[in-house]
Write a protein that binds this ligand. Structure first.
Ligand SMILES: Cc1cc2nc3c(=O)[nH]c(=O)nc-3n(C[C@H](O)[C@H](O)[C@H](O)COP(=O)(O)OP(=O)(O)OC[C@H]3O[C@@H](n4cnc5c(N)ncnc54)[C@H](O)[C@@H]3O)c2cc1C
Length: 378
């Protein structure tokens, strides 16, 4: 019987863990890496806003698993994870049970509506390429029906800003961002960048509402905490995410945002041989004590460390401590403006967009090789 190294989720962290594990265990005949995802493709989630606006098709930001795994020893199972039995070392899926020797949970995140009345029922979230496609289709119907529809975006973080930029540019329609704090991109904590983005979005025609919270979502309007009602044809929620329920229901210890608490090896606290990576893991930066941000760079770093640690477990060797490194982020506002900081270098305008694109292409090269990079539209 081969030892099954089971990876749940083929997003950024899961796919990279499986690729690195496969590479590290190539010489071991008694080991099989198995990767599970509900979709038969990997998606570039960070470009989903471009599918929502219709700039890109879903097929532009997805790569079939068959292509990604062609020359690799990874076994892929397309299935939806329904439960994780940690005592019985078994994962329940809609296609049957999967046993494992060591487990990596990389199931990303799901929207957190913070119990806002009507939000789950009447809003859309750009949380996957499938939902982004639904948003695009809904917008097409709205524009066919109405002359000047209004879109309201709840949350002025990265996703809200990137969506607003796309909508302003593609549809020239009225978009309103409602943000509870007094600034966009608050978690970034770089006031000069926030101000610049606010200025660019305002010039593009986006309305910004600060310091107010959404208290109710109706089919055709949102109500703010001061009683103001904003009529809208579509409400998009980008105000928060949380760890998937299937993870918290498994019995793993979870912290803020329902994310699984892990130790310095990215191993779930109190559960040997169960690793959690990416958005569903709660990792604290040992230097600051703060939770590390939920972003691609962090997800990929954790994948690398976990692949090393499982290989070390198999060989009875010491494991590697995960030390988060954050080189920076770039936010895109429409097709021509970007702003951010990478390795301490501040970037603004088209150069920022170009660097964001190069970072993306480097990732495509790493997971899929030169052929996929060539297929990418520049
Ligand atoms: C619109 C948008 C824009 C973003 N832009 C950026 C950006 O510019 N830069 C940046 O660093 N970050 C960005 N992010 C955040 C980034 O995408 C996440 O931090 C990253 O995807 C986390 O990787 P992950 O592997 O944890 O999860 P994911 O990449 O979300 O992967 C989770 C995988 O698990 C699968 N899955 C989930 N549940 C199940 C289940 N029950 N059964 C089977 N499979 C399941 C999903 O299909 C998916 O493939 C953006 C996010 C969004 C939504």
């Amino acid at each position: 019987m081969k030892k099954i190294l089971l990876v749940l989720g083929a997003g950024y962290s899961g796919l990279m863990t499986a690729i690195k594990l496969d590479k590290n265990t190539k010489q071991l005949d008694d080991v099989q890496v198995v990767l599970v995802d509900r979709n038969k493709y990997h998606q570039y989630l960070h470009l989903a806003y471009e599918v929502a606006s219709g700039v890109k098709k879903a097929s532009d930001i997805t790569v079939p698993m068959t292509e990604l795994l062609r020359n690799r020893g990874i076994q892929f199972v397309q299935a939806t994870v329904k439960g994780i039995d940690l005592k019985g070392k078994m994962v329940k899926t809609d296609k049957g049970d999967l046993a494992y020797h060591e487990l990596v949970i990389a199931l990303g995140s799901e929207p957190n509506y913070f119990h806002i009345k009507g939000a789950e029922t009447f809003s859309m979230c750009v949380s996957s390429v499938e939902v982004a496609t639904e948003v695009r289709d809904k917008l097409k119907t709205i524009f066919a029906r109405e002359k000047s529809p209004r879109i309201v975006i709840g949350g002025g973080g990265f996703t809200g800003v990137e969506l607003a930029g796309e909508f302003a540019e593609e549809f020239k329609c009225c978009t309103t961002i409602v943000e509870g704090s007094n600034t966009l991109l608050r978690s970034w904590n770089i006031p000069a960048f926030s101000q610049k983005v606010e200025q660019v979005l305002t010039e593009m025609g986006t309305e910004l509402v600060f310091g107010k919270f959404i208290s109710e979502v109706k089919p055709d309007a949102v109500i703010l905490n001061d009683g103001t009602q904003i009529e809208c044809s579509l409400f998009i929620w980008t105000g928060g995410v949380q760890g998937p329920r299937v993870v918290s229901e498994s019995g793993l210890k979870t912290g803020k945002g329902n994310r699984a608490i892990v130790n310095e090896f990215c191993e779930a606290e109190g559960f040997k041989g169960i690793y959690v990576v990416g958005d569903c893991a709660m990792v604290k930066n040992p230097e600051t004590g703060e939770a590390v941000p939920q972003c691609i760079e962090i997800a990929l770093q954790q994948a690398e460390v976990v692949a090393k640690n499982i290989t070390a477990d198999l060989a009875g060797m010491p494991r590697t401590v995960y030390v988060p490194k954050f080189s920076g982020l770039i936010v895109a506002v429409g097709e021509n403006f970007g702003i951010g900081k990478i390795h301490g270098i501040e970037l603004e305008g088209q150069i920022a967009q170009m660097i964001k694109r190069i970072i993306h292409l480097r990732y495509v090269y790493e997971i899929a090789g030169l052929d996929e990079v060539v297929k990418e539209k520049l």
